[in-house]
Design a protein around this ligand. Structure first.
Ligand code: ADP
Length: 530
């Protein structure tokens, strides 16, 4: 419902028929006036004394009062005085009816607020036209009063809306002269309301002019308080073209907190970015250092195992010569010692060979990766392990093996270690070894399943550690095979593990990406992480 609707229903409509009060002590006069005014179409209320007139005025409002001056008890002037003393009838026009034309008489009447005099004997036309004028005046006055009331209410409503606004509201002319502000302006800027009226809004918002030229979307500008301190304010303008020219409403919002939060977030972000950059750099540096020390370690392991092989071979060779030449000549004990030395030397030789293989498995591949058919790899593996396979009566089967991008020599090493172990760690029954692969995009998951002795659950993670062995001297070995497997798999970005049930068998599994080229190249420049 709009404002005007409310006012319309609250206000009674302007009456079509105005009421006119006739006061005369002579019924004949009353009758004559009534007859004269009949044609005007207004409602006439008759009173035959001042008292009666006052009583009528208590009950009603009148457009005009026709008042006979000469009346017994209370004359017209006395009556008029009482009429004027009441607020309700203070401004009701009074038309005196009198037979006297002297000045003193007239002055008294005008003093009492008479609007006019009518002299007896009354001329009906004059009476009618004068009363018609009063009725018109009264109507217009009522209309004006009503409009003033409506305007008053509308203005009140506008002001309370302005006050209720959460922002500081400033209404100014197009060039910034302040007309009206709400109390939030006083609170926000520290100026009294009256101090601001007539001043330019640029006192509060120095850049306002630029803003009004720039358009009406909200902008953040510095605003200035009375004490000349500044704060960031978001300002939205709404221009309104009125009859008196352009009026601009500026809504001002203090955005100190918002800006602070915004700045804090920005600072935090900047700090965060800096820290991320620092971390990344540190990580790159430590990666580089790691790569370096890994390379050093690999080179050391390679050199050590390689260089140790030569003197070891000498020890082994000459001990064997001693054994050949002096067997049975140096006594039983000496023969035993010599065979211990030979065993030890052989064991050390295989340790060095495996260590060499381990260090090489960690070194970058010199050749690029190429498509390798895993089924062909298994062919080679079985061929390499022919003696062991036959001796154990092992059955090695495989199916669904893919072609992947890798290095054949590494895959042979990997599968040979696993299949070799599966034969080595067998039970009484002939070993049955099954190799399968499953494509879990983008990786391949390979499984090497055996029916061997199995591994206790608490050891499944240890077996990949270098020199880690679970089954002691009953089985030959150095404890490096699975460490090599892990190195190879991880160089391609894969993972390796084992599921096992002691007494039933183990399934060694590992993943390899179908295309290892990119990773291998990347890794070639980085460190092997194992
Ligand atoms: P090695 O075989 O030379 O001892 P590996 O690193 O190949 O070294 O294996 C480490 C240990 O893991 C082995 O000593 C053995 O105890 C255990 N192991 C490896 N493969 C199997 C298997 N298929 N079944 C049971 N145990 C195994």
């Amino acid at each position: 419902m709009s404002t005007t609707d409310v006012i319309r229903t609250a206000e009674p409509p302007v009456q079509e028929r105005e009421k006119i009060l006739l006061v005369d002590d002579s019924p004949a006069n009353l009758f004559a006036i009534e007859a004269a005014l009949d044609g005007l179409g207004q409602q006439l209320v008759l009173a035959n004394s001042g008292m009666e007139a006052l009583r009528r005025l208590l009950e009603d409002d009148f457009a005009a009062i026709l008042l006979d001056v000469k009346m017994p008890e209370m004359d017209g002037f006395q009556t008029a005085e009482l009429i004027r003393s009441r607020r309700r009838s203070q401004h009701t026009p009074i038309l005196f009816l009198t037979a006297y034309r002297n000045d003193e008489h007239l002055f008294r009447g005008y003093d009492l607020g008479a609007v006019d005099f009518l002299f007896k004997p009354i001329v009906p036309e004059i009476l009618r036209s004068k009363v018609a004028v009063f009725v018109e005046v009264s109507r217009n006055a009522a209309l004006l009063r009503r409009q003033a009331r409506i305007l008053g209410k509308a203005e009140q409503k506008f002001r309370s809306l302005l006050e209720a606004a959460p922002d500081a509201m400033i209404i100014s002319s197009g060039d910034g002269v302040i007309n009206l502000v709400n109390s939030q302006v006083e609170v926000m800027f520290g100026f009294g309301r009256t101090e601001l009226l007539g001043r330019n809004i640029q006192t509060l918002v120095p850049g306002w002019e630029r803003l009004s030229a720039a358009g009406i979307s909200p902008k953040v500008l510095p605003a200035r308080r009375k004490d000349r301190t500044e704060f960031p304010a978001e300002i939205s303008l709404s221009p309104l073209q009125t009859e008196e020219g352009l009026l601009v409403t500026s809504a001002v919002r203090d955005v100190t907190e918002r800006k602070k939060a915004h700045d804090e977030i920005r600072d935090l972000n900047a700090k965060l970015e800096l820290r991320v950059a620092e971390r990344t750099l540190a990580l790159q540096e430590s990666n580089e250092a790691l790569r370096q020390s890994n390379d050093d370690l690999n080179q050391f392991a390679y050199a050590a195992s390689h260089d140790l092989q030569e003197p070891l071979r000498m020890v082994s060779l000459y001990t064997q010569l001693i054994q050949k030449e002096y067997a049975g000549k140096l006594g039983k004990q000496a023969d035993q010692y010599i065979s211990f030395i030979i065993d030890g030397a052989q064991r050390m030789e295989s340790l060095l060979t495996d260590l060499l293989a381990y260090s090489q498995a960690g070194a970058p591949n010199r050749e690029p990766a190429a498509a390798v058919d895993c089924a062909l790899v298994l062919d080679s593996v079985v061929l390499n392990l022919k003696a062991a396979v036959e001796q154990a009566g092992a059955v090695v089967t495989w199916s669904g093996l893919p072609t992947i991008e890798a290095h054949e020599i590494r895959l042979v090493q990997l599968f040979q270690n696993l299949v070799g172990n599966a034969i080595k760690y067998r039970r009484e029954d002939p070993p049955r070894i099954e190799i399968t692969a499953e494509h879990l995009h983008p990786d391949w998951l390979f499984s090497v399943r055996d029916n061997g002795i199995g591994i206790k659950p608490e050891y499944v993670h240890q077996v990949f550690g270098i020199f880690k062995r679970l089954h002691g001297h009953r089985y030959p070995g150095t404890g490096i095979g699975l460490a090599i497997c892990q190195r190879i798999v991880e160089r391609y970005g894969g993972r390796i593990g084992v599921d096992s049930t002691p007494g039933e068998g183990s399934t060694f599994w590992f993943t390899l990406p179908a295309t290892a080229v990119v990773l291998e190249r990347e890794l070639a420049g980085q460190a092997a992480t194992s």
